[in-house]
Design a protein around this ligand. Structure first.
Ligand code: NAI
Ligand SMILES: O=C(O)C(=O)[C@H](O)COP(=O)(O)O
Length: 376
């Protein structure tokens, strides 16, 4: 069996090696010729899986995407060809939640304006939105959720409208899929009018898809309003972000909010399990044995961390400023955006670090945030 996989998919050989011959390719440049003789195709978000790519792939029986988003996949076409498909819902939700939380702590430090005490609006309360809310609530920050689809489906949580979010919240974090049609379409959900209506000093974070914000309108607004602070992990027109936009953004990253080692490994592992199910073979591998330990496994605290100390703790796991600096130096270089993604040093999730307490300090909220606990 020939298995063709995106080169940015860790652990693919370890997991799929026993099932067939694994070859890796540049997913953005994948051609119809390269997939013409494959049985299994494993992609990431940069590969458009459509008739143009697959028309010659007559042996293909399974397509897997190690991602949460599926906007790059023509599902109807796969169904019409009777090709099994699986994505990896939720695989990197923790990574995105922690990334958004870390970015908010960084903004708080930069503008000397504590996160604690602010109200954060989450737009899209699915896996990544909920993971973001979980971090914020563990730290004691008030969260408002906006998700008209979940609300209509009877989700028991409290929801508010998008207008309430923009008029009430100090921070807004976007976590919706990209959709171009329907009552709740998200393409340019934040258009010029909505951006104009943001209340003074709003912090706006986008970790979902670039086109949820009209990036040209964002440039225009930022030229007039320096009070709004923006963090972008995703960009309209990837892999070529608008060069004029970058100087207006506080923290810039190349679509790596979901790039924790755990998140990527989970994505590959979920596809391995789904392929095994499709082929009706039993699996004998587990994900934990694949993951290395963090360079430092444990830190001890002797007092309850204040916000500054919390930022130091999270920087110990992931320092967002490093990726921001790399971005600014590299995004205009040829293939710069994809090169940064390919060579990204996968950060670890909070759970990779054990946080213990010395003395009577209660750090339960840090376990709620995701850190592993340790008895000292
Ligand atoms: N930056 C990155 O590295 C990553 C980006 N993503 C992106 O984030 C998106 C969301 O991921 P998940 O939370 O896991 O998906 P999900 O499907 O679990 O949740 C998305 C939620 O958005 C809601 N929604 C849809 N339209 C809405 C609207 N107009 N207003 C408010 N809510 C709306 C849906 O009802 C759903 O509950 C993915 O589709 C993907 O495009 C996902 C993972 C990593
Ligand atoms: O899961 C998703 O959806 C994402 O946006 C991925 O984290 C993007 O990563 P790649 O698939 O482009 O490597």
């Amino acid at each position: 069996m020939k298995i063709l996989a995106d080169e940015n998919m860790p652990y693919v050989e370890q997991l799929f090696g026993d099932l067939g011959t694994v070859e890796t390719v540049n997913g953005r440049e994948l051609t119809a010729q390269q997939v013409s003789d494959v049985d299994v195709l494993l992609v990431r978000s940069v590969t458009k899986v459509n008739p143009q790519l697959l028309d010659k792939a007559n042996k293909l029986k399974f397509v897997g995407s190690a991602t949460i988003g599926t906007d790059h996949i023509d599902m109807d076409y796969l169904a019409s060809r009777d090709i099994a498909f699986s994505s990896a819902p939720g695989c990197n939700a923790t990574a995105v939640g922690e990334f958004a939380f870390i970015a908010m702590l960084e903004l708080a430090q930069r503008f000397n304006s504590p996160l604690k005490g602010k109200v954060v609006g989450i737009v899209g309360a699915g896996n990544t939105g909920t993971a973001t809310a979980k971090c914020l609530q563990a730290y004691g920050v008030e969260v408002m959720l906006c998700d008209p689809l979940l609300e209509a489906a009877g989700d028991a949580r409290d929801f508010v409208s998008l207008n309430t979010i923009t008029s009430t919240c100090d921070v807004i974090s976007l976590h919706v899929p990209i959709t171009k049609i329907g009552e709740h379409k998200t393409w340019y959900l934040f258009d010029e009018t909505r951006l104009n209506n943001l209340k003074p000093n709003t912090w706006l974070l986008n970790c979902c898809r670039g086109e949820v914000i009209d990036n040209r309108a964002l440039i225009k607004i930022k030229q007039q309003r320096d009070d709004i602070k923006v963090v972008l992990d995703v960009w309209e027109g990837e892999p070529n972000p608008m060069e004029e936009l970058v100087p207006y953004i506080e923290f810039c990253t190349p679509h790596i909010a979901g790039y924790s080692l755990e998140g990527k490994a989970r994505g590959t592992f979920m596809l391995y399990q789904q392929l095994a199910k499709t082929l009706q073979i039993s699996t004998n591998k587990d994900i934990t044995s694949l993951l290395p330990t963090l360079w430092s496994q444990q830190v001890s605290l002797n007092q309850i961390p204040n916000e500054k100390a919390l930022l130091q703790l999270v920087r110990f796991v992931y320092d967002l400023r490093d990726d921001d600096a790399l971005f600014r130096n590299n995004f205009t270089k040829p293939h710069g955006f994809d090169h940064m993604r390919k060579n990204h040093t996968h950060r670890r999730e909070f759970s990779a670090l054990k946080v213990g307490n010395i003395g009577q300090t209660n750090v339960n909220w840090l376990s709620n945030l995701g850190f592993s606990g340790v008895e000292l």
